[in-house]
Design a protein around this ligand. Structure first.
Ligand code: HEM
Length: 236
């Protein structure tokens, strides 16, 4: 006898849906950030901020330094800069797409707001004591805070990046960030915040893999614990 699953019913299932635009913008942002971090680390290595600390070569992006040196007398920094600016345009486009869609469609207001300090504290304590449940399709206050936080960090990465890219033309912006060396440190701090977000974000996705299914395919559902998933005999 053949069994088939019916389309999930919102009364019995938690359902999560992501429109194609959100998924495309999300994955392009993730790709652009990986490119920007890898190439940024190579650029950092040529003039480290923190003493002699450098990122391991394998974790950086910018081609083979030895080959670049032989061909162009450059240890791979020029390549890394090309990657960095490619990543920057990709990130700018996907970030604007994500922000515009979230604002115009009402997604931000419906799913990422409100954001109250009291709720963040409550959910943070629940998460730290392993008592925070997860309902597919709903973002808890800590998640909302983290998503706004990373979106803010990306914006600050752009602004501090512009300040150190064009310190002469955009001298006002560079001044606003406390001058070139301070803007550079701030750029590094926001990069570190994004890295921290990524580690926690990916760990949480691994814990609730259905969220990944929804972010890739657009839809996932999960039966409420009180409602076993209905199975129907074919032809019913
Ligand atoms: C730094 C890069 C990344 C950024 C900035 C980022 C940002 C975000 C944001 C803002 C959301 C909320 C989406 C919404 O508006 O509904 C989200 C959701 C999500 N992201 Fe990422 N993300 C990044 C990397 C990744 C990676 C590498 C993965 C792969 C494991 C991933 C998987 C997901 C999933 C599965 C969701 C849905 C979460 C849920 O439903 O609870 N993200 N991400």
């Amino acid at each position: 006898m053949k069994l088939r699953r019916t389309k999930p019913n919102p009364a019995t299932h938690d359902i999560q849906e992501h429109p194609a635009l959100v998924r495309i913008a999300h994955w392009l942002q993730a790709l652009a950030i990986v490119i920007m971090i890898g190439s940024g680390w190579r650029i950092y290595n040529s003039v480290p901020i923190f003493g002699n600390y450098r990122f391991p070569l394998w974790a950086t992006l910018g081609g083979n330094p030895l080959q670049s040196k032989i061909a162009h007398m450059d240890p791979g920094v020029a390549n890394a800069l090309n990657w960095h600016f490619t990543g920057m345009w990709l990130l700018l486009a996907s970030y604007l797409l994500f922000m515009a869609h979230g604002t115009i469609s009402g997604h931000f207001w419906r799913h990422l707001l409100p954001l109250r300090p009291r709720d963040i504290l409550r959910d943070f304590i629940a998460a730290a004591t392993f008592r925070l449940g997860h309902r597919l399709g709903e973002y808890n206050a800590v998640q909302r805070f983290a998503y706004w936080g990373v979106l803010f960090a990306i914006l600050m990465m752009f602004l501090t990046g512009l300040a150190i890219w064009k310190p002469a033309q955009l001298s006002g912006l560079t001044w606003l960030f406390g001058g070139y060396p301070t803007a550079r440190v701030l750029h590094f701090i926001f990069m570190s915040a994004i890295c921290l977000f990524m580690v926690v974000h990916v760990a949480l996705v691994i814990l609730v893999p259905k969220t990944f299914v929804a972010m890739v395919f657009g839809r996932a559902s999960h039966a409420h614990p009180t409602h076993p998933e209905p199975m129907h005999h074919a032809g019913e």
